[in-house]
Design a protein. Structure first.
Lengths: 597, 418
């Protein structure tokens, strides 16, 4: 009898070894995915602005879970028994034999309690995941973007033949901003750790001392062109206001600040948001999720005048830089009733017209221009078209041509076209486009692709990756003397013109105020474009403040303060500072609901 | 004068120590591996408790060796009565563990009455057989002896522990053979289980077996009546077994019985076949030399249920490989052969019967347990002597071994009162 047993033992252990050990490996060997830590984000000075902290997830494998332990698990998780039962059912529907992430973001205390009792809780697994944290005061909600759990449709859309390990149920991915745009680099490629697992699916030891494990790879840290000090200062100046700021480095198009207000705390979205909170964000009447910096269309107002001046000089609408146009306080077209100027300034050349923001001068330029040329020229400056950038959402804006007026059936006589000359009427530009345009004025005529990321660095190897796939700068081919005339006009705006109250102490700069008419009975929008220092521009800004009134009242002081912060690293106290701060902080966006009543 | 232990058989003791050591190693590995933290505290303590039981068992062994043979023999009926009483006690106040109501607790220590009953049953049956007058016919005595075994077996079935009860029944032919019951009757007795087993495997083979029985019976006895008895018994077993499998037993019972021959089948592998699939996988993953101490992937992952108790052999098979498994089998073979050699050296029927019965009990346990682990037999929950975790079983088996050693050591004392 014992020899029969020996023979069978031989058969199982030696003869059928291959097949049986295959079953054993199938039982107990599991390839466990190792996610790389999501890439960190640094600002242009190397300050860490986005990093990760661990969160704890409890998973359930219903087939192995002992249902009599529901009360114990519920007690440890501080939830009613019924919740555990419900999650078990969900996991059961997914796959009864696999661990399903049933409870995410449990506290460390809850996680520790469960770990202590894990021997009483078969079929319970855990996972430590990373959660995004934002250590600085800069929110930059729209620029950085949030991450969210991948949903079923997206999972199904992934080609599972090639990428089955890339995303799984419960994984997070970038949803907006650079989190979405740089998702492949931030996420990297998951590695594999071969582990022996026990009958409950829990890891017990490594396979062959870790041979054959593949470490995760391909994750990069992002280095942004953003300056977190300017960003957080800008956000702080926008109390009680709606609006946007885009600040660019005029020498390469790097985005120094990108503000859209109102915004939302990314922190609250970094770990799966509550449904009610999300609905509240979605339905908020001021729409905090809307990226005003790249999406908000409004007429540019008088910030359009530098563009018109260049158009006039380049296209020969003016007989020369010295041609003057007489301003009696209104444009004679329409008997002086509709096309008014702020005051009668007499004969003005282009520089004086810019300095004084003379409407009559630019009405006249518009009256002389051809609408198609206007549109073509505007498109060259990046208006009415999408810009190359690494930001994902933008609107092209609206620059009308004859086809537009024909199609919409609007009146487009001389009056409508003259309105375009002062940046009002049927046109819409974004702060983003204004910033790109003022950066081109600052650097003498080169349009850069605005971008958030300067370079990427692989944290392990320090391998440096230059910014991927952004188009080359576009040279506008405009006469330098023309640009210099416009720049001179803008300098005078700061020194003695409409924005003289918003000078940066000690730093010469150039700017242009704008007041965009708001439809209906609402207060006008305040708009401002600016670059500084005048001789060697380092920053170019566009600011839009919704329904706050005149451009010099709100947008100009904000732009000036931000430029000073960027250039000096601080805003030292002075009487100029007091004036600008006072104006910036006291300006308030008119409530949309109030007027509607 | 030589000391009282001068006739103690050292080699048996050495084998016993070796087997117990193998058991402790396997239990330690399955409870103190890298996955220790995932185990129930009670399981984690298995090793320590088994060590404690080993000490208790050693004390019992020494005690038994020091009892004079005459006193021992005189105590047999009382031991038997105590055994029956204990079984009934378990039925009344016992605690149910693993479905069987056979546990009696004295404070924290629990005794499995069905295990301990093996001692009393064996002693009583041997006592009855040995006390027969030479001139009386063997069969009535044998029937009484068999009854002495069937009574505890019935009580144990009432406790819902069929596996242990089968050991008592299995002991009947062993003792019968040694007690002088004619071979042909013993042959007839073991015909039933073999025919039944073959029926489960494949009834054509069982029919062939029936023919073989007829041929052997003819050459063995040259008597048509015996041939007829053998063939009819075999054929009846086949018929009854088939009938029971098809009409009497519930489907889940049938599945338990027949699944061992094909545990991988889809309808079995997740439930009744689970033990065997995992057990075979563990053995296969061990290969020639095993994966090493505390390195068994199936063992550490607890894929085999009951791995420190009934399926302890699969732990040895996975971690120590074919070499380790064969070593354990060889140790058991050596133990059995040594016990038979001891039995032959004793000149008294009681001594013969006890030693042979002990060997028989061990043989049944080893064959049924390892046969089960290897997938040759249905899953019947009986432990592997000295290796499986379980205090009562260790105590019982050590006591049995002690009785065998005592009978050999004190074989000279028998002649005084024959």
């Amino acid at each position: 009898m014992l020899s029969v047993l020996s023979l069978q033992l031989f058969r199982l252990q030696v003869a059928e070894r291959q097949d049986l050990s295959e079953i054993a490996r199938g039982n107990a060997l599991r390839d466990i995915r190792v996610l790389p830590a999501r890439g960190l984000v640094y600002d242009r000075n190397g300050t860490l602005i986005v990093h990760n902290t661990p969160t704890y997830t409890i998973s359930l494998a219903p087939r192995y879970f002992d249902r009599t332990r529901i009360p114990l698990l519920a007690k440890h998780l501080d939830v009613p028994d019924s919740v555990v039962a419900l999650r078990l059912q969900e996991a059961q529907d997914y796959n009864p034999y696999r661990l399903y992430p049933s409870f995410s973001n449990v506290s460390f205390a809850q996680y520790s309690r469960i770990l202590e009792d894990v021997y009483l809780l078969p079929g319970v697994g855990w996972e430590i995941k990373q959660r995004r944290r934002y250590p600085t005061d800069a929110r930059a909600s729209h620029a950085l973007g949030y991450i969210g759990e991948i949903n079923r449709e997206e999972l199904n859309a992934i080609d599972h033949e090639s990428d089955s390990s890339l995303y799984r149920q419960g994984d997070f991915r970038g949803r907006t901003g650079i989190e979405e745009g740089y998702e492949p680099w931030l996420r990297g490629i998951p590695g594999v750790a071969r582990r022996w697992v026990n009958v409950y699916g829990l890891e017990i030891m490594s396979y062959a001392q870790g041979q054959g494990d593949q470490p995760p790879r391909g994750n990069y840290d992002l280095h942004l062109t953003l300056d977190h000090r300017v960003q957080e200062f800008a956000e702080s100046l926008f109390v009680n206001k709606r609006g946007a700021v885009v600040a660019l480095d005029p020498n390469d198009g790097g985005i120094i600040a990108l503000v859209s207000k109102p915004d939302y705390p990314l922190e609250s979205l970094s770990q799966g948001i509550q449904r009610e909170a999300w609905q509240a964000l979605l339905n908020h009447h001021e729409d905090p999720l809307y990226n005003r910096a790249t999406m908000n269309l409004m007429p540019p107002g008088s910030t359009w005048k530098p563009f018109m001046a260049l158009l006039g000089l380049s296209e020969g609408l003016l007989e020369g830089a010295d041609e003057t146009i007489y301003c009696p306080g209104y444009h004679p077209f329409g008997q002086g009733r509709f096309f008014r100027c702020l005051e009668a300034r007499g004969h003005q050349n282009v520089v004086e017209a810019l300095k004084n923001s003379c409407n009559t001068f630019f009405f006249e330029l518009a009256r002389r221009m051809d609408l198609e040329v206007f549109k073509k020229y505007a498109n060259r400056f990046g208006f009415g078209v999408e810009s190359p950038t690494d930001l994902l959402e933008q609107t092209p804006g609206l620059i009308p041509d004859s086809a537009y007026f024909e199609q919409t059936g609007r009146y487009w006589g001389t009056g409508a076209i003259m309105n375009l000359g002062v940046g009002q009427g049927d046109m819409g530009v974004t702060p983003f486009q204004l910033a790109r345009y003022v950066a081109a004025l600052a650097n003498g005529g080169t349009l850069y692709a605005p971008h958030m990321v300067s370079h990427l660095v692989e944290p392990e190897t320090n391998e440096r990756l230059e910014l991927p796939d952004i188009s080359d700068p576009i040279h506008l081919d405009i006469d330098t003397t023309h640009v210099n005339l416009v720049r001179e006009g803008m300098r005078l705006v700061m020194e003695a013109g409409t924005a003289r109250a918003s000078q940066i102490p000690g730093i010469p700069s150039a700017g242009k105020t704008g007041t965009a008419q708001a439809p209906g009975n609402f207060t006008d929008h305040s708009v401002f474009i600016m670059f500084a220092p005048f001789d060697n521009p380092q920053i170019a800004l566009a600011v839009q403040c919704e329904n706050t009134g005149n451009g010099s009242l709100c947008a100009a002081p904000i732009a000036s303060l931000l430029a000073e912060m960027y250039l000096k690293g601080e805003v030292p106290p002075s009487w100029q500072t007091d004036i600008r701060m006072g104006r910036a902080l006291s300006a308030t966006s008119e409530s949309l609901t109030q007027v509607a009543e | 004068m030589r000391r009282w232990y001068r006739n103690l058989d050292i080699s048996t003791l050495l084998i016993w120590i070796a087997l117990c050591a193998c058991g402790l190693v396997a239990i330690y590995s399955s409870t103190h591996g890298e996955a220790q933290e995932f185990l129930l505290t009670t399981v984690q303590n298995s090793f320590g408790r088994q060590r404690l039981w080993l000490i208790i068992s050693t004390v019992a062994l020494v005690t038994i060796l020091s009892v004079p043979m005459r006193l021992l023999v005189r105590m047999v009926p009382w031991i038997y009565l105590a055994t029956i009483g204990f079984l009934i006690l378990a039925l009344v106040i016992g605690r149910e563990v693993g479905g069987a109501r056979s546990w009696v607790y004295f404070g924290p220590i629990g005794f499995q009455s069905s295990e301990l009953a093996k001692v009393g049953g064996l002693l009583m049956a041997a006592f009855v057989l040995a006390s027969r007058r030479k001139e009386k016919s063997i069969l009535p005595t044998a029937a009484i002896a068999a009854g002495a075994l069937v009574l505890p077996a019935l009580l144990i079935i009432l406790q819902n522990d069929l596996g242990t009860a089968l050991v008592f029944v299995g002991l009947i032919p062993v003792l019968a053979l040694c007690g002088g019951v004619p071979l042909r009757i013993v042959g007839l007795l073991i015909l039933f289980p073999i025919a039944g087993y073959l029926t489960i495997l494949s009834w054509p083979v069982a029919l062939g077996f029936t023919a073989l029985v007829g041929i052997i019976a003819w050459y063995g006895t040259r008597n048509r009546i015996w041939v007829a008895a053998g063939v009819i018994a075999s054929a009846m077993t086949i018929g009854v077994a088939n009938f029971a499998l098809q009409y009497v037993l519930q489907p889940h019972q049938v599945a338990r019985i027949v699944s061992f021959s094909n545990p991988e089948a889809d309808e079995y592998r997740a439930n009744v076949g689970f033990h065997l699939v995992q057990s075979k996988a563990a053995l296969g993953s061990g290969g020639w030399f095993g994966l090493g101490f505390r390195q068994g992937t199936q063992t550490q992952g607890r894929y085999i249920p009951e791995q420190s108790t009934d399926f302890v052999f699969s732990v040895i098979g996975e971690e120590w490989g074919f070499i380790g498994g064969i070593l354990v089998l060889l140790l058991f073979a050596a133990l059995m052969l040594r016990l038979l050699w001891l039995a032959r050296a004793i000149d008294h029927p009681f001594g013969n019967l006890v030693v042979a019965g002990v060997a028989g009990i061990f043989l049944i346990h080893v064959c049924v347990n390892i046969g089960m682990v290897l997938g040759l037999l249905p899953v019947i929950g009986i432990p592997l002597p000295f290796l499986s975790y379980g205090g009562s079983a260790l105590l019982t088996n050590t006591t049995l071994l002690g009785l065998a050693l005592a009978c050999y050591m004190r074989r000279a004392e028998f002649s005084l009162y024959v």
